[in-house]
Design a protein around this ligand. Structure first.
Ligand code: GTP
Length: 363
């Protein structure tokens, strides 16, 4: 971050800098937006009784609630700055695999052309096994974020990145390195090498989507090439990723709309509120029984099985007694339907929602 920042300053195109690492003590570059201004990592650890990684995720969760403000701040500066550089926590899994990490990435990616730079410690990746593990990690990030990626081999002042570029483009060369690795008894077993062999075949497709550069943050070597790769990936983002992302988002929105409508009408059926469905009231046991459950389809609600032997609470305690609806709670129910209607009507003007409104008004 420090070298990229100073390189862009020397090119007379200073970047807008964002620090998203809540746990860092000092940053040797000036950040325009710093997560540490809004979230105190140590306090989060104490207050929520968390370990280091839990506190990073919680800090990101807290920060992600303000992401709209962050994006509008950055948007306001877009005339003045050509590039925004964002540092994420060193514990990449806390960012990549957390909901807040996804929200933050998504917020940037849906507003600006966004490129991921995956930084590799080159001298520590000269063994084919370590190298392939690292590439698998990079591959998982590419597929998770669905954003263009540049793999940056850093520290070329200590170890040139030529071997890595060769392994990424020449399968035979990687095989050869694996074979000589096998001779070295301190490195992995025969099984391990055959696994690595298969993985490298699988990764070929991934490699074809990458831009690879070698840099030294120590000497500044390779940063011209890095910025060229960024421009190249921005073009790629505009040509391919943008429309692909829009398509996925639209699909997601439509699915979500359908799911909401379906859930709402099931809810009505289940509780016997709709006149049309009054007769069905006795057939339905619990809300989830009315649905074909698919994993990931209903925001973490799982089908409730009365015979499972584990005492679980209903989503709305008090609505049911011995599996029956308690008629005394009608008022509360109606308030909730009204609420649900208003919410649903805002998000999608569905027929189901209109019917609920009519029903409530008649009552
Ligand atoms: N020789 C050499 N050392 C480097 C280079 N880049 C970084 N370092 C050193 O590597 C160490 C880690 O660098 P950081 O910039 O803190 O790495 P980081 O990935 O931001 O670390 P976290 O995000 O906190 O995990 C420091 O001691 C740096 O001085 C380089 O190009 N050459």
């Amino acid at each position: 971050m420090q070298r990229l920042n100073s390189y862009l300053h020397s090119e007379k195109t200073p970047p807008y800098v964002v620090n998203l690492d809540p746990a860092v003590l000092k940053i040797p570059y000036g950040a325009n937006i710093d997560i540490r201004d809004s979230v105190k990592y140590k306090k989060v650890m104490e207050n929520y009784n968390l370990g280091p990684n839990g506190a990073i995720v919680t800090s990101l969760n807290l920060f992600s609630t303000k992401i709209d403000q962050v994006i509008s701040l950055v948007e306001k500066k877009s005339d003045k700055y050509k590039n925004v550089i964002i540092d994420t926590p060193g514990q990449i899994e806390c960012f990549i695999w957390s909901a807040s990490g996804a929200i933050i990435t998504e917020a940037f990616a849906s507003t600006f052309p966004t490129v991921i730079a995956y930084i590799v410690d080159t001298p520590r990746n000269t063994s084919p096994t370590t190298f392939i593990s690292n590439m698998l990690y990079a591959c998982s990030i590419l597929y998770k974020t669905k954003l263009p990626m540049i793999v940056v081999f850093n520290k070329t002042d200590i170890q040139k990145a030529d071997f890595a570029k060769e392994w990424l483009t020449d399968f035979e060369a990687f095989q050869e390195a694996l074979r000589s690795n096998e001779d070295d008894e301190t490195q992995g077993s025969g099984y391990m090498n055959s696994l690595v062999n298969s993985m490298s075949l699988m990764l070929e497709e991934f490699y074809s989507q990458l831009d690879v550069v070698g840099v030294s943050s120590y000497t500044g070597e390779g940063f011209d090439e890095f910025m060229k790769a960024v421009d190249n990936k921005v073009d790629e983002y505009n040509d391919y990723y943008k429309s692909e992302r829009e398509r996925i988002l639209k699909e997601k929105e439509e699915k979500e709309k359908l799911r909401k409508e379906k859930n709402l009408s099931h809810l009505m059926n289940d509780l016997g509120i709709s006149d049309k469905n009054k007769g069905k009231r006795d057939e339905v046991d619990v809300l989830s029984d009315t649905e074909d459950y698919e994993e990931g389809e209903n925001d973490g609600l799982v089908p409730h099985d009365d015979d499972e032997g584990v005492e679980r609470e209903y989503t709305f305690p008090g609505d049911r007694q011995n599996g029956e609806i308690n008629d005394n709670t009608n008022e509360a129910l109606q308030a909730r339907y009204q609420n649900a209607y208003e919410k649903t009507a805002k998000e999608a003007s569905s027929k189901t929602a209109e019917n609920i409104a009519k029903y409530i008004n008649q009552q």
